[in-house]
Design a protein around this ligand. Structure first.
Ligand SMILES: C[S@@+](CC[C@H](N)C(=O)[O-])C[C@H]1O[C@@H](n2cnc3c(N)ncnc32)[C@H](O)[C@@H]1O
Length: 497
């Protein structure tokens, strides 16, 4: 079935379920049942339409008229939400098996999703499931080459031993992969009991299902794994900024199942513009700011760094106000202050975070004076001009050192421009990349493209190219933060000297 036909069928299905962007959707439920109530011909068209935004998430939702901040723009009834509960209730075998195993809520939804997908056209959710991407670029789907590309040490692709700590990004990617493997392994027994075909039992299928959950679910109060919200999951992401909509007393909401633990504090719950409303038994979406007709309408899934966006959603933002860069810090710094390690970072604009500045100022103070200046450092004030200069010089030097061990921004950008071309064949890609850098050769080798017999570009290589590009774009952003930090430090030093 062609994509356009699939989408059309899905929209008809969604309309029949009562999903609606009508400005009158707030009417009483009984009124909606009333025979005189006009039946909408499509669930979209009065407020939103599906459109394509090549540089901002691909398929997304567009305002078909001017919208005011706080306006209700989409309503998805509870009965249209695909949850573990709804999947299990409609599947006798699943309902017998699930209680027998000790699985996390996300594992349950993963198994239930794969079980549903395996039904193909027999699934009640089939038309919705056809709208899921066939693959994802989240970190747990990165292979070793793609993980390594996040931090292209000058020497990495030469196979030299680099005596530097495993960096943050590599660690996050390896941890994500390991976690996915563990969750998959511990769910194999139930998948065997459910007699999954080998295809649906595979780790690849597991990654697909868990990536679907990670990037497409919305928070619901009754299941930490969240729910799939047809049509509501077509909103692309914008980082929360000044236009945050505060819904003081409404039930929590956020796209993504990560609100279960670390994100579930009051602060993050306020950064939302989609919410499950118990009283109307529906997921409701509100405009987070004013939009003009034709604008893409965006949703804030939460506050994420680019690495976190990559981990959970498989993309990064070019201008992410919440991005952070970490550099190795003096080993004795942590014992001097109580700031958690993850609060010691360089901000997207290159300025050191409050905690990093405060900890560094203390660290740069002679031991016998530290007690007397602690209050100054902890309140965010400079300790002295001389101290400030030591801190700035140290930070600038560290950033330069880190940058020196990595490929340059210029090299990365020129590599990106080569990769941005449309490659028709394996030979074309090989010609473009062969002999450019050690990294490009490693890519060709990793994808078996050095073999002259391969004519067509394998799908795996195309997907790997996409993930490699993401990794390079991520590392460029990282290095730019370090460059901006150096400029910031130089300015401060010059001002104080
Ligand atoms: C909830 S879906 C949004 C709809 C999605 N574009 C679609 O066609 O189904 C989330 C996914 O959309 C993409 N996405 C959302 N916002 C994006 C953005 N600002 N830039 C790039 N990709 C984005 C990412 O692939 C993400 O995992």
């Amino acid at each position: 079935m062609e994509e356009a036909v699939k989408l059309e069928n899905f929209m008809e299905w969604a309309t029949a379920l009562g999903i609606s962007d009508s400005p009158f959707i707030n009417v009483d439920k009984d009124e909606l049942q009333c025979p005189n109530h006009r039946q909408a011909s499509s669930c979209l068209g009065q407020t939103l339409s599906i459109s394509y935004f090549p540089n901002a998430g691909g398929r997304g939702l567009c305002a078909v008229r001017d919208l005011q901040k706080g306006q209700l723009i989409l309503r998805v009834p509870k009965s249209a939400l695909m949850t573990s509960q709804s999947l299990i209730l409609n599947d006798h075998r699943l309902s017998i098996s699930i209680p027998k195993f000790s699985l996390s809520s996300t594992q349950i939804l993963t198994v239930a999703l794969l079980n549903e997908v395996a039904k193909g056209k027999r699934s009640w959710w089939y038309l919705y499931l056809t709208q899921f991407p066939s693959n994802y670029d989240i970190l747990s789907s990165f292979d070793q080459f793609e993980i390594q590309a996040l931090h292209s040490y000058v020497s990495t692709f030469l196979g030299w031993d680099i005596n530097w700590q495993l960096d943050d990004a590599t660690w996050a990617a390896e941890k994500a992969l390991e976690k996915a493997k563990m969750e998959w392994e511990s769910a194999t027994t139930i998948m065997e009991e459910l007699m999954f075909k080998p295809h649906y039992m595979s780790f690849k299928a597991w990654i697909w299902a868990s990536a679907s959950i990670s990037s497409r679910t919305m928070h619901i109060p009754w299941d930490a794994a969240g729910c799939f919200c047809p049509v509501g999951d077509l909103f692309n992401y914008a980082a929360p900024g000044e236009e945050q909509v505060l819904y003081g007393d409404l039930t929590v909401a956020d796209t993504g199942a990560r609100l279960d633990g670390e994100q579930s504090d009051a602060q993050s719950l306020r950064l939302t513009d989609g919410v499950f409303e118990e009283e109307s038994a529906a997921y409701c979406f509100y405009a987070r700011r004013n939009y003009r007709k034709g604008d893409q309408v965006l949703l804030s899934y939460g506050t994420y760094t680019n690495l976190e966006l990559l981990e959970h959603y498989g993309f990064i933002l070019d201008g992410n106000p919440n991005d952070k860069a970490y550099v190795p810090l003096p080993s004795d710094l942590h014992s001097l202050c109580s700031w958690p390690g993850d609060s010691l970072y360089i901000q997207q604009n290159g300025k050191p975070s409050f905690a990093l500045l405060s900890a560094m100022r203390l660290w740069a103070t002679p031991t016998h004076l530290q007690k007397s200046v602690r209050h100054l450092a902890y309140s965010g004030s400079p300790v002295s001009n001389a101290n400030e200069i030591i801190v700035m010089e140290w930070l600038a030097k560290k950033c330069r050192l880190v940058l020196k061990s990595l490929t340059s921004i210029k090299e990365d950008k020129s590599l990106l421009s080569v990769m941005d071309k449309e490659f028709e064949s394996a030979m074309e890609l090989k010609c473009a990349l062969l002999g450019l850098t050690d990294e490009t050769c490693a890519f060709l080798k990793n994808n078996n493209l050095l073999n002259n017999e391969i004519i067509d570009l394998p799908r795996k290589a195309i997907r790997s190219l996409d993930k490699w590009k993401l990794a390079i774009r991520w590392r460029v952003k990282y290095k730019m933060m370090l460059c901006d930090c150096i400029s910031y430090c130089i300015t401060v030093i010059n001002d104080l000297s």
